[in-house]
Design a protein around this ligand. Structure first.
Ligand SMILES: [Zn+2]
Length: 337
C-alpha cells in the first residue's frame, strides 16, 4: 500500500481506538503501538528515506501531522483519567453536588415563628435601640432605684450614663410615651445582662415582649392571647397554669407554665420531673407605668408579657446548651435549615 494511503488508514484506525478507549492502560497501549519506538507511525516515518525526493515532503508532512495529532489527542484523553484509573471525566448523567444554601439562624427562625403567631392576632411588630437610657430601661417601667437589676452586677453600663438594654420592654416605654391607645405591639430583639455564661444563661439573649393598652383590657384578654399563642406554638393539647409572680412594671404579675409536651405532664428530664415548663412572665401593666407615659390609668388598662427566645427554642428542639446559639458552629446550625 502506498505510504500516503497507509497514513490515512493509520489515522482512521488510531482515532477510532482512542475514541473507544476507556482507561489509562488502553490509552498507554495505543501510544506504544502507534508512536512507540517500534510503533506504526514511527515505522512510516522511518520509511521516508526510501521515498523519492519529490514525494518525500508531502508524505513526510502528512506523517508528522498524524504524529502530532495522535500525541495531542492521547495527552488530552490521558489527562481525564486519574493515575489510579479512576474516571474524573465530567459525566452529565451523575447527580450534581448541590451548593450549600444559607438560611436564617435558628434563633431568628424561632423569633419569626413567635412574631408570626402574634401578628396573626393583630399585634404590630416594633423595634428599639440596644443602647438605652436608664429612664426607658428602668425608671419608666417602675423599677425602684434600689432594684437589684439596676445594680452594676446585672447591667452593662456604657459611656454617658447609658446602658445595654436588659430587656426589650423599654421599647414599650418608648411607644407608650409616643402613642395613644389603643396599642397592641410585640417587640422582639437582643438584650444584655452581666451574667456568668453557663449552659443555661448568656450575657446576650433574645426576648419577645408584647403589650396591649386600651379601654377595658383585663386579665382575661391576657390569658386568652397567651394561651392561644402557646397552643399554636407548642401544641393544641397542652394544659397551662398561671402562677402569681412579681415584676416591677406589672400588677398583678404572673408566670405562665405549660404542661411538658415531651412527657405530657408525667415527668421527664426536660421538665425536671415536675410535668410543667416555665414559658413566660406577664401581668397587667402597673398604673404607674401608664401614668409615667402620660396615659390616663383610670380610663385605660393594659397587659404585658415577655418571653425569652432561646428557651422555647431549646425546649422545642431539645438543645441542652444555650452557648450553641452563639458559637456559630455550622454543624449545629445546619440541623435547622
Ligand atoms: Zn416532661
Amino acid at each position: 500500500m502506498p505510504l500516503l494511503e497507509q497514513i490515512i488508514q493509520l489515522e482512521k484506525e488510531a482515532l477510532e481506538r482512542i475514541g473507544n478507549s476507556d482507561s489509562l492502560d488502553s490509552l498507554n497501549a495505543i501510544q506504544v503501538e502507534y508512536l512507540g519506538r517500534k510503533g506504526k507511525v514511527t515505522a512510516v516515518l522511518k520509511q521516508l528515506k526510501d521515498v523519492p525526493p519529490e514525494k518525500r515532503q508531502q508524505i513526510g508532512a502528512a506523517a508528522n501531522k498524524l504524529r502530532v495529532k495522535l500525541e495531542n489527542l492521547l495527552k488530552e484523553k490521558q489527562a481525564v483519567f486519574a493515575p489510579s484509573g479512576i474516571k474524573t471525566i465530567f459525566d452529565p448523567t451523575l447527580p450534581g453536588t448541590a451548593p450549600r444554601v444559607g438560611a436564617p439562624h435558628i434563633i431568628n427562625q424561632v423569633m419569626g415563628e413567635i412574631c408570626q403567631i402574634f401578628y396573626g392576632m393583630g399585634f404590630e411588630i416594633a423595634h428599639g435601640p440596644h443602647v438605652e437610657t436608664d429612664y426607658f430601661n428602668f425608671e419608666a417601667l417602675n423599677f425602684p432605684p434600689d432594684h437589684p437589676a439596676r445594680d452594676m452586677q446585672d447591667t452593662f453600663f456604657v459611656e454617658g450614663g447609658r446602658l445595654l438594654r436588659t430587656h426589650t420592654t423599654p421599647v414599650q416605654s418608648r411607644i407608650l410615651a409616643e402613642r395613644k391607645p389603643p396599642i397592641k405591639i410585640i417587640t422582639p430583639g437582643l438584650c444584655f445582662r452581666y451574667e456568668t455564661i453557663t449552659t443555661r444563661s448568656h450575657v446576650a439573649f433574645y426576648q419577645v415582649d408584647g403589650f396591649m393598652v386600651d379601654e377595658g383590657v383585663t386579665m382575661a384578654d391576657l390569658k386568652g392571647a397567651l394561651v392561644a399563642f402557646c397552643r399554636e406554638y407548642f401544641g393544641k393539647g397542652l394544659k397551662y397554669k398561671f402562677r402569681p409572680s412579681y415584676f416591677p412594671f406589672t400588677e398583678p404579675s404572673a408566670e405562665l407554665d405549660i404542661s411538658c409536651f415531651l412527657c405530657d405532664g408525667r415527668g421527664c428530664q426536660l421538665c425536671k420531673y415536675s410535668g410543667w415548663l416555665e414559658i413566660l412572665g406577664c401581668g397587667m401593666i402597673d398604673p404607674n407605668v401608664l401614668e409615667h407615659a402620660g396615659i390616663d390609668s383610670e380610663k385605660y388598662t393594659g397587659y404585658a408579657f415577655g418571653m425569652g427566645v432561646e428557651r422555647p427554642a431549646m425546649l422545642k428542639h431539645k438543645i441542652t446548651d444555650i452557648r450553641m446559639f452563639f458559637n456559630n458552629d455550622v454543624r449545629f446550625l445546619r440541623q435547622f435549615l
